[in-house]
Each structure stands twice: as C-alpha cells, then as structure tokens.
Design a protein around this ligand. Structure first.
Ligand code: S3P
Length: 195
C-alpha cells in the first residue's frame, strides 16, 4: 500500500477525520511540490457566502453534502493538492469519484490518521466550528471525546478503504506529514524524510 508511486500523479487528495490536519498539510505539501492547494470547505464557504456551521444550521447536512460532491468532482479535474472535509468519504458517490480518479493513475488519496484524543484536542481549539461535533450545544472534554470516538468508528473503514497511503499523524508536524506525502507521490522530486 505504501510503495512510492511514479510521478504521473497530478492530484493528491487528503482525507481524514476533522482535526487531523488536512488543511495545513495541504498548504505545506503545495509549497513543497509547487502545486496549487484547494481546500474544499473553504471553496464551499466562498460559494455560499457563510460558514459551514451556519449553512448546516439553515439548510441541513444533505444540502451541504450535495455542494461537497459538486466541489469534489470539479476539483479532481486539475493538478492540485486537495484538502477534503472529514465527511467526504461518507457518501458512496464521493467514494466512487475518488476510485475513478485513482484508476486513471493520476490521483493519490492519502488518509491522515490520528487517535480520537488528538482529534478531540484539536477540534476543541475551534469551538462551534464543527456542526457534527458541537453544533447544537457546548460539549465538555469527555463528551467531545465520545462524539469523536463514535463518529470515527463509523468512518474509519471508509478512510482506510479509499487510501493509497495512510500516514499516522499524531506525532507529526504538518511539514513532516507533507514531506512523507511528497516522497510518496513525487519521489524523484523529494528526498525521503530523515526523521
Ligand atoms: C465534516 C467535516 C468538516 C466540514 C463539515 C463536515 C464532517 O471539515 O466539512 O463540518 O462530516 O466530518 P473538516 O474535516 O475540515 O473539519
């Protein structure tokens, strides 16, 4: 699963649970490879003109998922590093889009895996930003951990199933994650990381 691949890769898709560091790793990776980074959630917020939390509150999760699928499909067409939202793998249509892109040989999907406690710690740094965690009420530490644990358990198999490469990111900086992914997708351009 983690053998380096030839550099025909044009699109790197980062998947993983909320708080796993997809957006910051995507920015770092884009710097390393000199490719553009696209943050799917950010692109959606630009389109709807409001935050994802507010959009969930007014229009519901299904409306958000429809937007997410359209943005995913559009973003898979060009050379880029794509940071997805944590729920992208929950829709069969999205998993099929990823699989088609991987079959073309031009796209690699990377799962940034992290432990529930790591994810909960990072999620709690932005209270109210994740509608599926604390969108309805303020949660304490134990409640946040439990919510993360339950959702992660339901989704883990999809992240793993979609991934060409899995990076355990608990102890890594975004720069280190980016180095590992760069060495995998563009081995001739990137020396293997030394840590
Ligand atoms: C979601 C994750 C969020 C955002 C939305 C739904 C999810 O993105 O797309 O709140 O279902 O896991 P991040 O993973 O960037 O937080």
């Amino acid at each position: 699963m983690s053998e380096p691949v030839p550099s025909s890769i044009q699109t790197v898709v980062l998947v993983g649970f909320m708080g796993c560091g997809k957006s910051s790793a995507a920015r770092r990776l884009a710097q390393l490879l000199g490719w553009p980074a696209i943050d799917l959630d950010h692109a959606i917020e630009q389109e709807i003109g409001t935050s994802i939390s507010q959009y969930f509150a007014c229009c519901g999760e299904n409306a958000f998922r429809a937007l997410e699928t359209r943005h995913l499909e559009q973003s898979l067409r060009g050379r880029s590093i794509l940071a997805t939202g944590g729920g992208v793998v929950t829709r069969e249509q999205n998993r099929a889009l990823l699989k088609d892109a991987q079959r073309s040989g031009l796209t690699s999907v990377v799962y940034l895996r992290a432990q529930p406690q790591t994810l909960a710690t990072r999620i709690r740094r932005q209270p109210g930003a994740r509608p599926l965690i604390d969108g309805e009420r303020v949660l304490d530490w134990a409640q946040t951990c439990e919510r993360v644990r339950v959702l992660l358990e339901a989704r883990s198999h999809w992240y793993e199933e979609c991934a060409d490469l899995i990076v355990d990111s608990d102890e890594l900086s975004s720069h280190q994650v980016a180095q590992i992914v760069a060495a995998y997708v563009a081995p001739e351009q990137t020396p293997p990381p030394l840590f």
